[in-house]
Design a protein around this ligand. Sequence first.
Ligand SMILES: N[C@@H](CCC(=O)N[C@@H](CS)C(=O)NCC(=O)O)C(=O)O
Length: 213
Amino acid sequence: MRSMPDLTLYGDANFESPWGFHVMVALDELGLPYKLVPLKFPIADDIRAELRRHAYLGKSPCLAHGDIWLTESSAISEFLAETYAPPDHPSLLPADRVERARARQVMSWLRTSLGGLREDRPTSSVFKNPVSNPLSDKGRRDADELIRVAGELVPAGRESIASTWSIADADLSLTLMRLVANGEPTVPSRIADYARATWARPSVQKYLSLVPA
Ligand SMILES: N[C@@H](CCC(=O)N[C@@H](CS)C(=O)NCC(=O)O)C(=O)O
């Protein structure tokens, strides 16, 4: 019998971090059990010191895999994808080199852009309480750009960016849900359906079931 991996995730106690979402969905997609240590922000000094001691950065999410501690959500999911790879585990990233590069492009873009949209439509409005305030000019521009890019990335009739679902779809769908869950009328139904398909995955539904009210 294969031994259980020794995995501990230091994650956001409020379940509002898109990066925590990314790692929890990744762990669940791979079928990996883990212990969750919920952190309140700002991170307490003693815990930050412990994270820094092991992972250099005192940030969340931080995954401890035995004595390997990592922060930065996409570094964590890439490490998990390589450590728990097919055929024993589902693939977290596309098998095809070019599709994998595209998935990484999307993940990197979503971590460094669309700040106006993230501010206007925080994850709390997706996971907990929808909002109805109008988008700011920056939020509107970000929303239009997101809709344009998603429309090009996801071919008609497909529920994933690549030929198979990948963890980049979790990130893109969460970003789209900032609009869809708040009733934004300009999201084409094909793109809203794409985001909702990821939302219906057991990994995402499990995450949502853990979000405190
Ligand atoms: N780029 C990082 C973002 C990590 C991050 O900003 N984490 C925040 C919480 S969402 C944090 O740890 N804040 C506490 C701090 O910086 O002191 C990732 O993808 O994991």
